[in-house]
Design a protein around this ligand. Structure first.
Ligand code: ATP
Length: 299
């Protein structure tokens, strides 16, 4: 288990991470989210042992993260960190050796992964000759070469087309099923929502929202109602507890304060003509994220 326990990081006088705690268990995919500058990269670097922690503790399976332990970690950074003059094979050998692997095992695993990611013909190609998306694949492959117990993925889908996003997703889910602990960071909330059962949202280094996604959604009382039919927006806006009514393509989205307002909206809609849809939806993670971060900014 990865345990981040009351961690604070100062850069000089500036507090970049403030008393952060969370746990990631084997098989879990955990979301670490936040706006730009919230403290995500700083947290990743502390987990990797690349930055000193000012206060608090980080342990992997009960051990402090030192040189030994980092062999069990894979880190896909947001920015490219490939040696572009090397071939894919040389690059993988370089990273694999750093992670304490034997050269023959590195080659076997590299070939397997290139096959999986549908670029086996690139083994002897120079990195600089590859497209952006294929470089991203190679970077991902280097991060998982050592079958890490803990895998940190910072914006893993950057530069990938939808087909390749699916390939990555499949591999990430497979790794979690085999027991890896995965930390996933992305600004694309629909990706986070797909993968992560638990998450923490950072703002100015502080957690402003954390826990199980399911519970977070239940506790966030606002709901959305989707309606198709001949309704009068103004009549719905008059109902107490209705926040906004928006026309979206061929349907209306009614945002309400809480579940209790559903019956009042339904009472009105049941009197309207041609109603073919009335559906109460959970808010998206994106909506909750924007609301929570906004609320915390106002404080
Ligand atoms: P992004 O989503 O933009 O990548 P982030 O959540 O990863 O952002 P960090 O890079 O961890 O954010 O930065 C957190 C805060 O710490 C920012 O205000 C940043 O300016 C500051 N910071 C980061 N590195 C340093 C440093 N070496 N010295 C001083 N301040 C730093």
């Amino acid at each position: 288990m990865l345990k981040v326990d009351g961690v604070t990081k100062y850069y000089g006088d500036f507090k970049a991470v403030d008393n952060l705690s969370f746990e990631v268990k084997p098989g879990e995919i955990f979301g670490l989210l936040g706006v730009n500058g919230a403290g995500k990269t700083t947290t990743f670097r502390m987990i990797m042992g690349l930055l000193d922690i000012t206060k608090g503790n980080i342990t992997l399976n009960g051990k402090k993260i030192d040189y030994d332990v980092t062999d069990k970690i894979g880190f896909l950074t947001e920015e490219r960190s490939l040696l572009t003059k090397l071939t894919v094979k040389e690059q993988c050998i370089f990273y694999g050796v750093l992670k304490g692997m034997k050269e023959e095992d590195i080659l076997k695993r590299t070939k397997e992964l290139l096959e999986k990611f549908e670029i086996p013909e690139y083994l002897d190609k120079k990195i600089k000759e590859l497209s952006k998306g294929n470089q991203q694949k190679v970077q991902f492959i280097t991060a998982i070469l050592n079958e890490p117990e803990l895998l940190i993925l910072d914006e893993p889908f950057s530069g990938l087309d939808p087909f390749n996003v699916e390939l990555f997703k499949k591999e990430i889910v497979e790794m979690s099923k085999k027991g890896s602990m995965i930390i996933f960071s992305s600004h694309r909330m629909e990706h986070v929502e797909l993968f992560c059962k638990k998450l923490v949202v950072l703002l100015n280094g502080k957690s402003v929202l954390s826990g199980e996604l399911k519970k977070i959604k239940e506790q966030y009382r606002k709901k959305n109602i989707l309606i198709k039919g001949d309704i009068d927006i103004k009549e719905i806006e008059k109902i107490a507890g209705v926040v906004t009514v928006t026309k979206k393509a061929d349907e209306y989205e009614v945002k309400i304060e809480n579940q209790d307002i559903v019956k009042d909206v339904f009472k009105y809609v049941s009197k309207c003509d041609n109603v073919t849809k009335f559906s109460v939806e959970e808010p998206s993670l994106n909506e909750i994220f924007v609301a929570k971060v906004g609320e915390s900014y106002e404080k």
